[in-house]
Design a protein around this ligand. Structure first.
Ligand SMILES: *Cc1c(COP(=O)(O)O)cnc(C)c1O
Length: 348
């Protein structure tokens, strides 16, 4: 048996939705994109959505729309993929890399405060694999928050969807995210000025050369897939939650530690992370048994900045392993993952 680390959930209704658009002949950005934007912002509870070609494009446009540019600084936690870092570099601004909390993997407030300067123009806040970030504390800082919800579509903070707190928020619909359009992303915001700038810069056609514009549009057949996936999102989340509950029960009896949970922060279980001492060894042994466990972040951002020493990020990078969790995981696969984990991780 080979159990992939992550996998999209695509069924015949998704195929039909895409087919219909392909058959219609209207392939590029059109009515389906508008509909997808409306559906997502309606779900989150904000006013505006601008669909784009990727989560990275969404970050880039969002930063531009927050007036981030050359000479500015953007605060980013180290324990995240390269995308927020490179999107910041696209604008000419300088990324300021800060530490995380060791037990929920979210951006560390003290580390943020220690890195604020007069040049700080935005803070990118990813809600990490399980628990959303401490939003109230972040909103108390007098710098715009850009929520990164690429891993947390549907997660809640105090019963309100994440993505509705920051000046703007971004999503990714890459193949293995909470919902997918193959590649794709969206920026959402309640701010009319930010929305205006997003709309102006997403595309270059039928406009003047007065500002830099991009071609970051989403196609209508991708949006049709996104709409079809949105119909299943609540099922996706409840299935992930079911599996996580089963895992919680098993792993809490094994030789690992589990991330902190917080009252009033409702996860969507994009990843199931365990922390363990002999990470490489266990990862290797699980893979030999056909279970593809991965380090959830390829390489922390501060590793490429020799002067930076971020102990919490280093700790998590050295101990965190991601166990397969996704809606299409079968009962048989779950049972096999549990059985194999017990063999390698039982307390002696
Ligand atoms: C996936 C992801 C991105 C980038 O999204 P793409 O669609 O791959 O460009 C950015 N930030 C986080 C936290 C992500 O998980």
């Amino acid at each position: 048996m080979i159990i992939k680390h992550s996998k999209p959930s695509i069924d015949s209704s998704d195929v039909e939705a895409v087919d219909n658009v392909l058959a219609s002949g209207n392939l590029s950005q059109g009515v389906k994109v508008k509909e997808f934007e409306k559906k997502l912002v309606g779900y989150i509870g904000v006013k505006h959505g601008v669909a784009v070609s990727s989560g990275t494009a969404a970050l880039h446009l969002a930063l531009i729309s927050l007036d981030v540019g050359v000479g500015d600084e953007v605060i980013i936690p180290s324990y995240v993929c390269a995308s927020p870092f490179i999107a910041t570099r696209y604008t000419g601004a300088t990324p300021k890399i800060v530490d995380i909390n060791p037990h929920d993997f979210n951006i560390n407030i003290e580390s943020v405060k220690a890195n604020l300067t007069k040049k700080t123009k935005a803070i990118i806040v990813p809600h990490m694999f399980r628990t959303p970030a401490e939003i109230d504390e972040l909103l108390n800082i007098d710098v715009p928050i850009l929520e990164n919800c690429a891993l947390s579509l549907g997660a809640e903070y105090k019963k309100r969807k994440v993505g509705s707190f920051g000046r703007a928020a971004i999503y990714s619909f890459y193949a293995t995210k909470m919902i997918t359009t193959g590649e794709g992303g969206m920026v959402i915001t309640d701010d009319d000025d930010v929305y205006q700038k997003l709309s102006e810069t997403r595309q270059y056609d039928e406009s003047s050369l007065d500002i830099l514009r991009y071609n970051y549009k989403m196609t209508d057949f991708q949006a049709a897939l996104g709409l079809s996936q949105m119909n299943k999102l609540s099922n996706f989340i409840s299935r992930r939650t079911e599996i996580a509950k089963i895992y919680d029960e098993i792993y809490s009896d094994l030789e690992v530690s589990l991330p902190e949970t917080h009252e009033n922060r409702t996860p969507v279980y994009f990843r199931y992370i365990i922390l363990l001492k002999n990470l490489e060894d266990i990862q290797y042994r699980m893979k030999k048994k056909g279970i593809m466990c991965e380090k959830p972040v390829f390489e922390p951002l501060h590793k490429s900045i020799p002067s930076l020493n971020l102990i919490n990020t280093d700790y998590v990078y050295d101990h965190a392993l991601s166990i397969p969790i996704y809606p299409s995981l079968t009962e048989q696969e779950i049972a096999y993952i549990i059985k194999t984990s017990k063999t390698f991780l039982s307390k002696s």
